[in-house]
Structure formats: structure tokens, C-alpha cells
Design a protein around this ligand. Structure first.
Ligand SMILES: [Zn+2]
Length: 189
């Protein structure tokens, strides 16, 4: 069932506001992706990965298998386009983007902030530095799946170029080789 249909059905069944239900479903989907990425990052694979996905997110085994298959396909696509090293660098940025999507949106029903504190989305997996940017700029940034926000100087010229430089942050855009990888992992698609 599509999310919209599911939201309408759930809202009717529970007497809740359909918009709120839809927002919560969307958050649930992002959370699943986030948990999944964390598990993969921690080195889980195969049956263990499926098992933890089901237990931590409450998703069905069928959906968990679909998510894992989708990820494998994505990795295959990425390997075709970019070198393994570039793909790994971009993977780190994808992981931080997932985290920031959760951080920026707090939760359904919360007022939208004017500024958001984000984790630097650079390719260094050990970088946990925080940057601040206007929420509206963040929303604008996320319209483009090829773009990420990093601290000034944290760009990786091998896989991206700086398209906007602000005192507190820089917007980078992926080179052609990494675009399909970051695009297929876009949490807003
Ligand atoms: Zn960084």
C-alpha cells in the first residue's frame, strides 16, 4: 500500500488527523533507513542484519529483505560509476545526511526551527563537528540530492566541488561519478 493510502486508512481507523499520520509514517521510514545504515556501518550483514532490522524497527521480515536488496543494488550501481574509495567517501556523507534529516525535523507536531544544528556532512567518517545553518537554507539544500553541507575546508575535491561558501558552512555538489550513488540514497525520495 502506498504511504498516502495507508495514512488515509490509518487516520480513518484511529480518528487521527491524516496529515499528522502521514508525517509520522514518513518519519518512520526515515528512521528505518537510519537504523539500517547504522547497522551496515557497524558491520552487520545477511541474516543478522535482517534480524536486527526487524527487532529494532518493527518492520516485517519481507520489508527488511526488500530494504537489504535495495541497498545491495545501490552499492552495485555505485561501484559502476565511482571508484570504491570515492563510493566509500560518499557513503559517509550519505550516513550523515540521514542523521541530519532526523535531527532537523525533531518530530511531527513540533514547531519548525529557524536555525538547525547539523553534523558536518563531510566524507571523513570520524568528523562529528557541528555546524549551524538557517532551517530554510537547509530545506532548500535538501531539494538537491547531489548537494551536502560541510564546514568550510571539509570538502573532498576528489568527489565534489564547493558551490556556495558561507562563514559557517559550505555547500558542496557531487561530481558526476558519485551522483547516482547519493541520489538513490536520497532520504526525500
Ligand atoms: Zn567535517
Amino acid at each position: 500500500m502506498l504511504n498516502d493510502e495507508l495514512a488515509t486508512w490509518l487516520a480513518a481507523a484511529t480518528g487521527d488527523d491524516p496529515v499528522r499520520v502521514a508525517a509520522e509514517l514518513e518519519l518512520g521510514e526515515r528512521r528505518r533507513e537510519f537504523v539500517f545504515n547504522e547497522l551496515v556501518d557497524a558491520g552487520y550483514a545477511g541474516g543478522d542484519l535482517l534480524d536486527y532490522l526487524v527487532r529494532l524497527t518493527g518492520m516485517s521480515a519481507h520489508d527488511a529483505r526488500a530494504l537489504v536488496a535495495d541497498h545491495a543494488r545501490r552499492l552495485g550501481d555505485a561501484a559502476e560509476d565511482a571508484s570504491p574509495r570515492d563510493a566509500r567517501l560518499a557513503d559517509n556523507e550519505i550516513a550523515f545526511r540521514e542523521v541530519n534529516e532526523v535531527v532537523a525535523h525533531g518530530g511531527p507536531g513540533l514547531p519548525l526551527p529557524t536555525e538547525v544544528e547539523l553534523i558536518c556532512e563531510c566524507s571523513d567518517r570520524d568528523c562529528r563537528r557541528v555546524l549551524t545553518m538557517p532551517f530554510a537554507e537547509y530545506e532548500w539544500l535538501r531539494q538537491n540530492p547531489w548537494r551536502f553541507v560541510v564546514l568550510p575546508g571539509h570538502d573532498a575535491p576528489a568527489i565534489e566541488r564547493v558551490v556556495e561558501l558561507h562563514p559557517a558552512y559550505a555547500i558542496v555538489e557531487k561530481h558526476a561519478g558519485s551522483r547516482s550513488q547519493v541520489e538513490s540514497a536520497d532520504p526525500r525520495r
